[in-house]
Write a protein that binds this ligand. Structure first.
Ligand SMILES: [Zn+2]
Length: 68
């Protein structure tokens, strides 16, 4: 039950394209996405991958570990 130890969301340093507040990276059981901490809009992960910060990287690493 390793998923219990992996966070379901993490605060990133990336900014919301709409309002400029910080984005969280979040996941459900089968997908990850970005969500604004302020306006709550959801965004696809893909456009943010090239600007991935450490929080995102660690989050996604744990996501992969969970799936093994
Ligand atoms: Zn926003």
């Amino acid at each position: 039950m390793s998923f219990l130890f992996a966070p379901r969301e993490a605060r990133t340093t990336l900014k919301c394209p709409v309002c400029g507040e910080l984005l969280d990276i979040r996941r459900t059981c089968h997908e990850a996405y970005m969500q604004c901490s302020s306006c709550r809009r959801r965004f696809e992960l893909a456009p943010f991958i090239s600007r991935m910060d450490q929080a995102m990287e660690e989050f996604l690493e744990r996501l992969y570990v969970d799936r093994v």
